[in-house]
Design a protein around this ligand. Sequence first.
Ligand code: ATP
Ligand code: MG
Length: 410
Amino acid sequence: MFKKIRYRLLLSCLAVFVSLLGIFAIAVRITFTRSLSKQITDKLTAIGQGAAVNVEFEKGHLTVESDFRPQDLVAHHQTLQWFDSQGNLITQQGKTVLNLPLLPNQMVQIQTGKVPIQAVTVPIIASDNGELVGYVRVSQSLEEFDETLEKLDWGLGGGIIITLVLSGISGILLTRQVMKPIEESFQRLKQFTADASHELRSPLMAIKINAELPLQYPEEIGPKDAEKFQAIASATNQMTRLTEDLLFLARTDQVPNGNLDILNLTSILENLVLLYKPQAEVKQINLISQLIENLYLIGDSVQLTRLFCNLIENALYYTPLGGIIEIKTTRVGSHIYVNVQDTGVGIAPDHIQKVFERFWRADQSRSYWSGGSGLGLAIAQAIAQNHGGLISVTSQLGVGSCFTVRLPAS
Ligand SMILES: Nc1ncnc2c1ncn2[C@@H]1O[C@H](COP(=O)(O)OP(=O)(O)OP(=O)(O)O)[C@@H](O)[C@H]1O
Ligand SMILES: [Mg+2]
């Protein structure tokens, strides 16, 4: 149980970490991409403005000054293109292949493709009359930009993985530390329950013996007193059962599978059917069984007997006169299924999750003395889990219930 809690705690911690790191990485990437692309645009604009100054406009013709040769253009995969005011290409320097048409209204253009290219267009204004005479378009391959981004992605990804591994390790240590005192106090509580119920056994036994003693000589006590002693005796019986149940529940997790044996489940169930036949007959209930021969499993026979006793007792108790109780076994793969089905009062849908809780009973008003304590199914479930199995229930109010125990076959 604590392992599960610890596991869940760790998982939720990691989930929070993953989402925080994810948000962080996305924010870093967006900011970085923005500022890097702004840097490129600024640089290209500056080059474009430089190139726009180095043109001459004569007799309606643009000529690029021949001495304008930016040495490092090629090295940086940059290309310069001059256009006249109609958008016709006049000349070009650099070798980047840019196929996009000139769009004077759009300052920044991006050409997608195998090697993406970014282009910035700058208008050329004649210095004498301030007239628009053409455009310079500077473009640069975004290869380097992509490479930088890729490096950033690897860095971020690696960082996140390392952080997660480290936080996973520290999470395991932390949850262990946090859970330790809780586990210890739970253990102490269980020990206390076990001790208290154990200590209650002998005084209860004493009360029971002393209450039953006068009942053997009814003529010495009046009928009124006999009734009282009877009440004391039966209350003591109930309390003895309750303390036994509590003791059992407190101990089940501590000693997993006390005495393991290879058991014949079929014969255990057959014996139980024989045992409960008389009780069923008193209530005119038809107790039928449909058992597969020789179903073997490894387990504790006392515990398993108790599990099925609890189920059958419930079925008998919660089924009205003239009902049917059927005990059926099936084998699917490596699992044995035991169904205990009744035509009883059934369990309401919103109660079905609660029946396995300790001390839970559907009819809380019924006096504690008349029925059980609500521990029967909790014990049955603990036993099934101890054997690596499960109990489940399906039920319909007023129609009946079916408890299914799944156990691993040997
Ligand atoms: N076969 C059934 N049909 C209808 N209701 C059931 C059936 N089995 C269990 N229940 C419901 O589940 C509750 C819990 O069952 P559980 O066996 O744990 O306790 P109990 O029978 O009341 O007492 P105990 O078994 O400790 O003597 C019961 O009080 C009852 O309301
Ligand atoms: Mg019961």
